[in-house]
Design a protein around this ligand. Structure first.
Ligand code: ADP
Length: 580
């Protein structure tokens, strides 16, 4: 029998203690009423003492359900149980002998009840079951048999036979109940084991994604950065077009990488939200500026209408809000060949909800496909990827994000006429008085003369950093691992430090922590530049107190701006992320 079985019984016995004592009081009262003797009162006192012993003996396993049970302790628990039953049912023997017809009836019913009770609640721990059932059965069958033998009352034989039949029924019922409990327990154990397996598999999937993401980002960084560098050289029209193709494909791949990472984070329940105060109109404005050129290039008008009642500033997760709206706008632009795209922002003051709808006059979605577009990797038809690109993950991620943020994302559409996507999101109204620090436009010479330490184990990455940054007039000191970075930082003061994460000898986190500890560059702004884009990595960098966190592939403009801002000594503890 398992340790848990004893502990479970100890807990049930504790819960029922008051009921048992109360019942004993009632039985003692009835016995006194039937016999008018003093024995029932003495019996009740002994019951209280034995119930106390029972409470004391079962207490340790009740309080510590996982404690290992020694053989001696188990024997003591069984003996206590027997003692309790012997004492509790002793009143039945007294009533049987002295209570007349009513007393005999009361006695036999009481013992039968006791027998049923212990059989049901102790059946999963056999030693305890036997310790309780044996004395009960002796009373149950012994009393009528004794009556038949001593008093020569033949009807008592019939009661004994009835008792045997009753016990037979009880045994069958208990066995069946035991089997059901065992089957349930097995099913439970199996489900638990399956869950553990699934958790291990899910952790392995996350690790796998982190590694794959890192491994893809590193060469992607080289491809995109090289294309960016190529674009800066003198090119003819055809070459420029080819470079643009390279960069567009790079963007799509980075977007896909981010989508897959986000999706797996949501699936694993690991998507963490951040809350920040943002300017609502600024946010919508920047999205519009981003999509307007593309829409007008297609001959499509982009209209925006923001409810005057909508708060100036709201508190929400800016990155995720941007991601959802970006996706809706990108789809609207992608699937609308002429007409208008209208963005309406409404404010529902009664429950603090922002309602953003993106309506287009595009191709629309057939009614039978509408329900499926929010499923992962679902597109209206298989040709979509070939014609428009995309993977069918955007809406799945957006809807799940909306739900995680307590909102909803719904769609209505008429094929051939257009679609309306509506995002309803609870947001807090933020203080309007707080002035958001404006990102200053970078001056051309912001990096001139600055000395920057860059640690990266990939030769291509080091080369790219040099090519991207040296035209700004700064000097780059390159090292190949964390240990070399610590050494360089001890010898010379830098204006900023760019640090990769995974490097041989000493990784970037360890090196950053050491540089932060003491020496010339204790206060130097550190910028994490890494292909590890998972939240755990961001959190690890945050803990070391980095100035900014940039993911690869490197966005050359963002890199230069972040460095310029770091070198200017501006205090900025926001984390900048390169999102596609
Ligand atoms: P993707 O755009 O990467 O294919 P989404 O999950 O964003 O993935 O969209 C899934 C599908 O829903 C699209 O492939 C398209 O078939 C359909 N869809 C989404 N938005 C629109 C829209 N505004 N008009 C028509 N179809 C749309």
């Amino acid at each position: 029998m398992t340790t848990n079985g004893y502990a479970m019984i100890a807990q049930v016995r504790f819960r029922e203690l008051k009921t048992r004592v109360g019942l004993a009081l009632f039985i003692a009262g009835t016995a006194w009423f039937l016999t008018k003797g003093l024995w029932p009162i003495g019996w009740f006192a002994v019951v209280v003492v034995t119930q106390f012993i029972d409470w004391l003996v079962f207490r340790p396993t009740r309080l510590n359900t996982q404690m290992p049970l020694s053989r001696a302790y188990r024997v003591v628990m069984c003996l206590t149980t027997t003692l309790n039953v012997v004492v509790y049912s002793a009143i039945s023997a007294y009533l049987w002998m002295t209570g007349g017809e009513a007393g005999r009836l009361f006695a036999i019913i009481q013992v039968a009840g006791g027998l049923l009770h212990v059989s049901l609640h102790m059946h999963h721990v056999r030693p305890l079951l036997l310790s309780a059932v044996v004395p009960h059965s002796l009373y149950f069958l012994g009393l009528p048999i004794m009556g038949a033998v001593l008093d020569g009352q033949p009807q008592d034989v019939l009661i004994a036979i009835g008792g045997v039949l009753y016990m037979t029924h009880l045994i069958v019922a208990v066995r069946q109940s035991s089997m059901t409990t065992r089957a349930l327990q097995d099913a439970n154990d199996e489900a638990r084991a399956e869950r553990r397996k699934a958790e291990v598999a899910s952790a392995a999937k996350s690790d796998f994604l982190a590694v794959v993401s890192h491994e893809i980002r590193t060469p992607m960084n080289a491809v995109i950065s090289a294309a960016n560098l190529l674009r800066r050289t003198r090119l003819d029209r055809e070459q420029r077009e080819h470079v643009s193709m390279l960069l567009d494909a790079g963007d799509v791949l980075v977007g896909l990488l981010n989508d897959v990472l986000d999706f797996s984070k949501i699936e694993a329940g690991k998507m963490q939200l951040e809350a920040q105060d943002i300017d609502l109109r600024d946010k919508i404005g920047s999205l519009i500026r981003l999509w307007e050129p593309k829409a007008s290039a297609n001959g499509v008008r982009l209209k925006v209408l923001i409810d005057d009642a909508a708060p100036a500033r709201i508190r929400t997760d800016p990155l995720r809000l941007q991601q959802m709206l970006f996706n809706l706008l990108s789809n609207a632009v992608k699937f609308t060949e002429d007409g208008t795209i209208s963005i309406a922002v409404d404010w529902r003051a009664e429950d603090g909800r922002l309602i953003v709808s993106v309506a287009d006059t595009g191709c629309g979605i057939p009614a039978d496909r509408l329900a499926h577009i929010f499923d992962s990797f679902e597109q209206v038809d298989a040709g979509t990827t070939r014609k428009y690109g995309g993977t069918g993950l955007g809406l799945a991620i957006s809807r799940r994000l909306a739900e995680i943020m307590g909102g909803r994302l719904t769609a209505e559409s008429v094929e051939g006429e257009g679609s309306v996507f509506t995002l309803s999101l609870p947001v807090e109204v933020a203080e309007a008085s707080v002035v958001e620090p404006k990102r200053r436009a970078m001056a051309d010479d912001a990096l001139a003369g600055k000395v920057i330490l860059a640690a990266d184990d990939h030769a291509v990455n080091r080369r790219i950093l040099t090519l991207l940054l040296e035209p700004h007039g700064c000097r780059i000191v390159l090292v190949e691992n964390g240990a070399e970075a610590v050494e360089a930082a001890a010898a010379q003061r830098f204006d900023a430090i760019l640090m990769d994460m995974q490097m041989p000898v000493m990784d970037g986190l360890e090196a950053s922590a050491q540089i932060r500890l003491h020496g010339l560059n204790r206060q130097t702004p550190l910028i994490a530049l890494t292909a590890n884009a998972m939240d755990v990595h961001r959190a690890a960098w945050d803990a070391t107190g980095v100035h900014a966190f940039l993911t690869k592939p490197i966005d050359p403009v963002l890199l230069a701006e972040t460095l310029a801002e770091a070198c200017s000594g501006a205090v900025n503890d926001t984390v900048v992320q390169n999102v596609a």
